[in-house]
Design a binder for this molecule. Structure first.
Ligand SMILES: [Zn+2]
Length: 215
């Protein structure tokens, strides 16, 4: 089982916060969502995908390298994030590999085939790692363009700190003219100081010192 992402943990905490107040009865563990498993369309004998966006392989019989066959147990599949933040994994059968996006597998299994003109599996909340069936819908090309824009800007804007941990407060945020991205002023100042020190060091190294000058 792969470690939950920060976004998944935050959603879990939000869901716990949203539970009705306890009347004194033990309330743990809360039932957050029922997970349903279905075969992955096109891979029915090999993989199942869940309504919460997990993928598992089914037990299968494979040829053994020493001859005969071996039974390989099913397991939850390890996933990765691609450069756009989509959760991807490698599916394999009979030595052939195929890279799949998990949100598409969930959509195909739980929403059915995409309707005409709406071939894109999209996220309602704009979070590409939130692959619960309830968060997905089939969208058109223009829905997809809008969604991509939302991913890029939202994901970036949701971050409240620079990579070094300084807050993106109004005083500490610099937006270069003509751009829409943010720079941390503290980090910019550090970088400028470092550049200046390096330049001064290069100048010192290039200039002969008084001791080395001929008498
Ligand atoms: Zn910073």
């Amino acid at each position: 089982m792969s470690a939950p992402t920060r976004a998944q943990l935050e959603r879990l905490l939000d869901a716990v916060d949203a539970l009705p107040p306890s009347d004194g009865a033990p309330s743990w563990p809360p039932v957050l969502a029922v997970e349903e498993w279905r075969p992955v369309p096109g891979w029915e004998d090999y993989y199942e995908v869940s309504s919460l966006g997990r993928v598992r392989s089914l037990p299968r019989i494979v040829p053994h390298w020493r001859g005969g066959t071996a039974r390989r147990p099913g397991r939850e599949m390890r996933t990765h994030s691609d450069a756009d933040g989509y959760v991807v994994l490698s599916l394999e059968r009979m030595g052939q590999r195929s890279l799949a996006k998990v949100h598409r597998l969930v959509a195909l299994a739980f929403l059915g085939e995409p309707p005409d003109g709406r071939p894109f599996a999209l996220h309602r909340d704009g979070d590409p790692s939130h692959n619960a069936a309830s968060n997905l819908y089939w969208g058109s090309q223009s829905d997809n363009e809008r969604d991509k824009l939302r991913h890029g800007t939202h994901q970036e804007k949701r971050k409240r700190h620079c990579p070094q941990g300084h807050p993106y407060s109004p005083e500490n945020t610099y937006t270069p003219p003509g751009t829409n991205y943010r720079q941390c002023r503290i980090c910019r100042a550090h970088q400028t100081a470092k550049n200046n020190a390096a330049r001064a060091a290069r100048r010192r190294a290039a200039r002969p010192t008084r001791d080395e000058e001929p008498a």
